[in-house]
Ligand binder design. Structure first.
Ligand code: FRU
Length: 571
């Protein structure tokens, strides 16, 4: 057995005065000497003991992104509390993540850690750097250290994030939960993180609300405000449905009686099971036309539609998707709601289907279908638009995925946010302290051109006048270039003859972390463009032709900010 000191004391040896002060100081700390007992066991296993008398707020875990994931069983007494997967550092520490010990404050805990390392070259499990670098601390710095962290887009305070989840609006606050991986900046250990905003620009971070349990990790899902207490948890309870992803995927329910800050998991979980492997991302909404709740769920390569009176018992009504749209990947994160067709007196239902891979520029993207829905069955209009793999896309950029809407939004809005990345390279983009941001919020709308209805996404009105955007007036084909002092540029080309809008980031800083990143993204344009609205942040560019009739979202990693914008007319 060997012990790791909490603090590195090597420097105080240099100076006697400092030594004396430090000795007094350390003597004072003796009573709560903070050491971690580390005991190597057989077969790659190590037992780490932390006595309650030694506990600090956090155990800081040293992470190395290229290390394989170690399995860490957190044990209190003789009970397994949780298992987390962590890339514990073997050769060098990239950064630390905190394991919050608060919930075991007065308990002795043990971590049974299993490393998965190739030992054929005689590498000694005891010598891995994680054992000497693991430390107890009352502090964990969440201070941003990265130049690519966006200034006004939502990001996690630290570590990994993917899909926005369970978004709803209540009492002036936009609640955004998200797929959070708290123990490193690569996907795993899915937990619902939580942020809140009153203006969709400034986000406050709140404690996570749903942690993995015996049924599995907490995958994507949705929330509703149960104004009429149909579920029986209380009037105005916030009800979350999410996917429990363990050996199998099933749907579980949790409810909040404090406006979404804390949730209690329902005793009867899971509430919906299936024998299908990919069975996830429940999205529910109140359908006043039938006086019932609807649920749409992604199942392999189709969507299943359910009804319920109480949010707990769901009846499958129909399935949608076979032979329509893109089927080059798994269907995920659905949404379904009705919108007016602007400039007409029609209303249409839009079914959103995120798909990975199979997007228009490779990897993940959001396709949509327009049609009618009677509460039981979705019937798509104009089927020709979706046959033989043809699809319509909400955003033709490479970095728009898992788009879903806020429930209970004011003024009948269906404001949406998407995860601003692509599964092709999300885990390796050049940030580490945090990884991934969300798009700005957008209000979807329908417009009609040449007899066909299209979906557009307009930046939410909260951004009007906030000085975040640049607006370029357009009269015919043109090239808009955003550039920096190092000659890097992001090139937006509007070709009015071809009726396309494209974004080229191939000479815009770091691209070589993935062969899939350079791709030029091109969108079809339905109506001649008269303007382009562009939102530039520290690592993203969102382009809205005609304020959202055509959208392209792109990540960029330039070496310096893109401060100049020039427009050149094309012949
Ligand atoms: C989409 C997705 C969802 C799933 C979640 C897991 O990006 O794969 O289908 O619920 O991510 O993190």
């Amino acid at each position: 057995m060997f012990k790791t000191p909490v603090t590195d004391n090597s420097n105080y040896m240099k100076n006697h005065i400092i030594l004396a002060i430090a000795a007094i100081f350390l003597f004072g700390l003796q009573l709560q000497a903070q050491t971690i007992d580390i005991e190597p066991l057989s077969n790659e296993n190590t037992l780490v003991r932390i006595a309650s008398s030694q506990q600090a707020r956090y155990l800081l875990l040293p992470i190395e992104e290229k290390a394989p994931e170690a399995s860490v069983k957190i044990i209190s007494g003789n009970s397994l509390e949780r298992t987390i997967n962590v890339r514990l550092a073997l050769d060098a520490v990239d950064y630390y993540v905190p394991l919050d010990l608060q919930e075991w404050k007065d308990e002795d805990i043990k971590l049974l850690i299993h490393l998965f390392v190739d030992r054929t070259n005689g590498r000694d499990p005891k010598s891995e750097i994680c054992w000497s670098k693991m430390k107890l601390s009352d502090n964990f710095s969440k201070e941003n250290k990265e130049k690519y962290r966006p200034a006004y887009h939502h990001t996690p305070e630290y570590a990994w994030m993917n899909d926005p989840n369970g978004m709803f609006y209540l009492n002036g606050e936009w609640h955004l939960y998200y797929q959070w991986g708290p123990y490193g900046s690569m996907w795993n250990n899915m937990t619902w993180g939580h942020s809140v905003s009153s203006d969709l620009i400034h986000w406050e971070h709140r404690p996570e609300v749903l942690k993995p349990d015996a049924l599995g990790a907490i995958f994507s899902g949705s929330c509703v405000v149960d104004h009429d207490n149909t579920a029986g948890f209380g009037k105005g309870a916030v009800i979350a449905l999410y996917t429990s992803a363990g050996e199998v995927q099933s749907q579980s329910l949790a409810y909040s009686l404090d406006g979404g800050n804390t949730f209690t998991k329902y005793e009867g979980n899971p509430i919906l099971t299936s024998d299908i492997v990919d069975f996830r991302d429940p999205n529910m909404f109140w359908n006043e036309e039938i006086g019932k709740w609807n649920l749409i769920l992604a199942c392999g390569q189709e969507m299943r539609i359910y009804t319920s009176d109480n949010l707990i018992d769901w009846k499958e009504e129909s399935r949608f998707g076979k032979s329509y749209g893109s089927h080059d990947g798994v269907w995920e994160c659905p949404d379904l709601f009705k919108l007016p067709v602007e400039g007409t007196d029609e209303e249409k239902w839009v079914l959103f289907c995120n798909i990975n891979p199979g997007g228009p520029s490779g990897g993940s993207a959001t396709q949509y279908f327009i049609g009618d829905f009677d509460g039981y069955k979705f019937i798509v209009d104009d089927v020709d638009r979706y046959l033989d793999g043809k699809a319509l896309w909400q955003d033709y950029g490479k970095d728009h995925y898992a788009a879903v809407s806020f429930s209970n939004a004011p003024d009948g809005r269906h404001t949406m946010i998407a995860w601003m990345s692509n599964w092709e390279y999300a885990n390796i983009v050049p940030t580490m302290q945090f990884r991934s941001a969300n798009t700005i919020a957008r209000d979807p709308f329908l417009y009609k051109e040449n007899g066909k209805v299209y979906l557009g996404s307009r930046p939410a009105p909260e951004y009007d006048g906030a000085n975040l955007d640049k607006v370029v007036k357009i009269n015919g084909s043109c090239i808009v270039t955003l550039a920096n002092e190092n000659g890097e540029e992001f090139v937006i080309t509007y070709d009015q003859k071809a009726m396309t809008l494209s974004c080229d980031r191939s000479n815009c800083g770091k691209t070589d972390f993935s062969p899939h990143f350079k791709t030029v993204a091109t969108a079809p344009v339905q109506r001649k463009l008269t303007s382009m609205r562009i939102f530039v942040d520290n690592s993203s560019i969102e382009v809205f032709g005609n304020n959202g009739e055509v959208c392209l979202t792109s990540l960029v990693f330039p070496s310096a900010p893109l401060t100049t914008l020039t427009t050149t007319k094309m012949k």
